[in-house]
Design a protein around this ligand. Structure first.
Ligand SMILES: Cc1cc2nc3c(=O)[nH]c(=O)nc-3n(C[C@H](O)[C@H](O)[C@H](O)COP(=O)(O)OP(=O)(O)OC[C@H]3O[C@@H](n4cnc5c(N)ncnc54)[C@H](O)[C@@H]3O)c2cc1C
Length: 385
């Protein structure tokens, strides 16, 4: 038994990051309680790409066989010209190991919640934590709790992040995004990136014969940050009205959609105090242009629990956690930010970029994915075997 066996761990937030951390701590013997503000552990209806780096951590948490049953294995990523509908290149994903998967967010949350219950994690619902003190203690509704470690896995509007870092200064990126789902049963489980000047759409299938759609458009102004602003699907269709029929036909099937403003936040400088730590979006909100927000949250969760288990001294463990995670996360976030620019090119730059992609697809079809080797091949579990 490692050091976690004598620890009580409180996790604020029962999202993908919080539940992954709860499971990882519970599997190493900690006494774990999750405090979730919502009335149930559920997720918004949307898809998620779990890349091999995230899958390695989930597999190490014992979820490999259930993930196989819940996810669709992705076979390729296909950059396409949204204006003509033509495929630019096809980059193979079938040699990725573990498998690159398309999942429904609610399915992943369900798997994690079930595994947490099997490992004795207590989940307290309707528990919005208003504030956390610097020593990690907080009012949990039924009284004040002072766990050995308090983990802020409470997302974009974390209550713990400002305690460790002061107020954040997010800025509007000049982009908004819609997400939607339509019925579909594609024979080819591929992620398509439909690129147009100032806009792009990502589509991929999900189990249950659905197609997940995320569409991004450049805009000058936006008011509030958040994922849950309902919007008229007509606005989504209007933004892509000059695109190819194949894309317009998909958008024509959208019945309901949510719109959100994309904001950039700095990666937190301080990820821990003496008895506190933050992970996932609480430490590093990520733009959805590399499909890594949840994957990085899962990696954080695994590394945090394992570094704590290895060291009797919590302070040493928390420092090791930040040192292991911050540089990698900062690199991934910079890569996601750059993708937005690359997808939205216009004029000559667009022509040159598309020609380059096409040539790469023909001459070196693995090059595109190999360039992401630092991301997908990384194994957070390797230091803990
Ligand atoms: C459209 C879209 C597509 C995406 N696609 C991908 C993808 O393909 N792959 C990928 O890896 N990532 C993707 N992401 C990013 C990913 O969803 C997030 O980075 C990830 O969900 C972060 O997980 P988290 O647990 O840190 O935070 P969250 O998912 O935000 O969870 C935080 C939890 O804390 C709870 N909470 C918040 N405050 C409190 C409080 N004070 N007290 C108690 N509970 C609280 C919330 O209710 C919530 O349950 C996508 C994001 C979007 C918007």
């Amino acid at each position: 038994m490692g050091a976690n066996a004598s620890r009580s761990v409180a996790i604020i937030g029962g999202g993908i990051g919080g539940l992954s951390a709860a499971l990882a701590f519970a599997r190493t013997g900690a006494d774990v309680t999750v405090y979730e503000q919502a009335a149930a552990i559920t997720e918004v209806g949307a898809g998620l790409q779990i890349t091999p780096n995230g899958a390695r951590a989930l597999n190490a948490l014992g979820l490999e066989s259930v993930l196989d049953a819940a996810g669709l294995p992705a076979v390729a990523v296909i950059p396409s010209d949204a204006l003509t509908g033509r495929m630019i290149a096809r980059f193979d994903l079938t040699r990725q190991h573990p498998v690159y998967r398309f999942l429904h967010r609610a399915d992943l949350i369900g798997l994690l919640a079930r595994a947490c219950a099997e490992h004795g994690v207590q989940i307290v619902l309707n528990a919005r934590i208003a504030a956390v003190a610097a020593d990690g203690s907080f009012d949990a509704g039924a009284g004040r709790v002072s766990p050995s470690l308090t983990v802020g896995a409470d997302g974009l509007h974390s209550v713990l992040r400002p305690v460790l870092n002061g107020a954040d200064a997010p800025f509007f990126t000049g982009q908004v995004a819609w997400r939607a789902m339509i019925p579909a049963d594609p024979s080819d489980p591929v992620a398509r990136i439909w690129m147009a000047p100032g806009r792009h759409v990502v589509t991929y299938p999900l189990p249950g014969k659905r197609l997940n759609i995320v569409a991004v458009q450049e805009r000058e102004t936006w008011a509030a940050e958040g994922w849950h602003h309902a919007d008229d699907p007509a606005n989504l269709r209007a933004a892509f009205a000059d695109c190819a029929p194949v894309l317009r036909d998909m958008l024509a099937q959208v019945e309901t959609t949510k719109l959100w403003g994309l904001f950039r936040h700095p990666v937190a400088d301080h990820w821990h105090g003496a008895q506190t730590a933050i992970l996932g979006d609480a430490a590093h909100p990520t733009l959805p242009f590399l499909a890594q927000g949840a994957n990085l949250a899962i990696e954080d969760a695994y590394v945090l629990a394992m570094t704590c288990d290895k060291a009797d001294d919590l302070g040493t463990a928390l420092q090791a956690y930040q040192s292991a995670r911050r540089p990698r996360v900062a690199r991934a976030i910079a890569a996601a930010n750059a993708n937005a620019r690359n997808y939205h090119l216009s004029g000559l730059q667009r022509m040159i970029a598309h020609t380059g992609l096409k040539t790469l697809g023909k001459l070196a079809p693995d090059a595109f994915i190999n360039r992401l080797g630092w991301l997908y091949d990384h194994d957070v579990t390797a230091s803990f075997v």
